[in-house]
Design a protein around this ligand. Structure first.
Ligand code: NAD
Length: 354
């Protein structure tokens, strides 16, 4: 056995990355052999979706603006019903993880091909992972049917993403890459992509904070999002993603902000067990230490730094620890109750890790 042994099954997806790539939408629909496209969005992004429908002309069967955070099952059922009623043979999801998540919920039952046009950096467009919330519980799973067939990355479309959301969604992407670097089923290709994704996002996010309409910076962020999303789609996640899932689901904390706050602490927890991953993260950020480097980056970018500032009650910290310990999962460092308690306390207070 050599240290380079790995098994790598690549996910089939077609990616078009370019400014103005949205204009290719009709060609991409035709390449899939589709004729009746339903455009999905949130109410906030109706204008962008209308523009996409207009480009599609006779290929469009309308815009459906029912995408919501965390994909509630009722919303997914209504959207599936609507897609059936209008006879859609393809869906275009234009938006962030919530809109792409709605497309995936439709595809899960109907195998409808999805074209994703991501406008945040969350990375859902590159993964076969879906999430649906039923009775307050978010269930996630993997299914090849939900992987978008085609992804159009167009930096022009992310210019309107507010700076605060750009920063937290970008650090959410960095979290995929960071955990990908110590994944049990990691491989050299994903590690290269992860390191490059972190590097591109750190540069791009600084540029976006300086000037939100800087298209080169928006391009760097979206390029980083593609890389990090690809990592998330190919390898398993560990402590950080489990903690964020628990906190988001059980205490209704906002997704990207929670990732941003928890990541430095999860990396500090895993530092001694995954030294090579930490070295690569630090190298990508050009800092001496991964955990404090991610913390400093988030702080410089003006992100929220403490769970107490995004609605996590102190009285619930013990319950959060219990939930985090309830389902054992793989992590490079074993899950130890007292250390997890400290991790969550530090994240709640927003302390800088060493
Ligand atoms: P989001 O999709 O919830 O978007 C947040 C808000 O920003 C929405 O109102 C949206 O319309 C708006 N918005 C998005 N892009 C915009 C733009 N360019 N300009 C103006 N407004 C814009 O946020 P998100 O962080 O992209 O996604 C979070 C969700 O995605 C979570 O539910 C998370 O679990 C899921 N997710 C899933 C995966 C996966 O692989 N399945 C990966 C990452 C995230």
């Amino acid at each position: 056995q050599t240290t380079h042994d790995f098994i790598f099954t690549a996910q089939p997806a077609r990616v078009v990355f370019a400014r103005g790539s949205l204009s290719r939408l009709p060609q991409e629909v035709e390449a899939l052999g589709a004729h009746r496209v339903l455009v999905l969005c949130t109410p906030q992004q109706r204008d962008q979706a209308e523009a996409a429908a207009k480009l599609l002309g006779a290929l469009s069967v309308g815009v459906y603006d029912g995408a919501q955070m965390h994909v509630p099952i009722e919303g997914a059922r209504q959207a599936r019903e609507h897609a059936r009623a209008v006879g859609a043979d393809c869906a275009v999801a234009i938006g962030g993880g919530s809109t792409i998540g709605l497309g995936k919920a439709i595809a899960l039952e109907s195998s409808l091909p999805i074209i994703a046009v991501p406008t945040t950096y969350a990375g859902s467009e590159m993964t076969p992972i879906y999430g649906i919330t039923e009775a307050g519980l978010k269930k996630t799973g993997r299914d090849a049917r939900v992987l978008p067939r085609t992804v159009l990355y167009d930096p022009d479309l992310s210019v309107g993403l507010p700076v605060g959301m750009s920063v937290t969604s970008g650090i959410n992407a960095i979290a995929h890459a960071a955990e990908g670097l110590y994944a049990r089923d990691g491989n050299p290709v994903m590690s290269l992509m992860a390191e490059e994704g972190i590097r591109a996002l750190a540069i791009g996010l600084r540029g976006v904070v300086r000037s939100p309409s800087d298209l080169a910076a928006r391009g760097d962020c979206l390029y980083g999002a593609w890389l990090c999303g690809t990592v998330l789609g190919h390898v398993g996640m560990a402590l950080h993603h489990k903690l964020c899932h628990t906190l988001g689901g059980s205490f209704n904390l906002p997704h990207a902000e929670t990732h941003t706050i928890v990541l430095p602490h999860a990396l500090a927890y895993n530092a001694s067990a995954a030294p090579i991953a930490m070295m690569r993260i630090a190298h990508a950020l050009k800092v001496p230490s991964a955990a404090s480097g991610v913390y400093d980056l988030a702080k410089q970018l003006g992100a929220p730094m403490a769970l107490r500032d995004i609605g996590m009650p102190e009285s619930e910290l013990d319950r959060a620890v219990d939930i985090a310990l309830a389902n054992p999962y793989w992590n490079p460092r074993p899950i130890e109750a007292q250390a997890i308690r400290e991790l969550l306390r530090n994240a709640w207070e927003g302390r800088r890790p060493r």
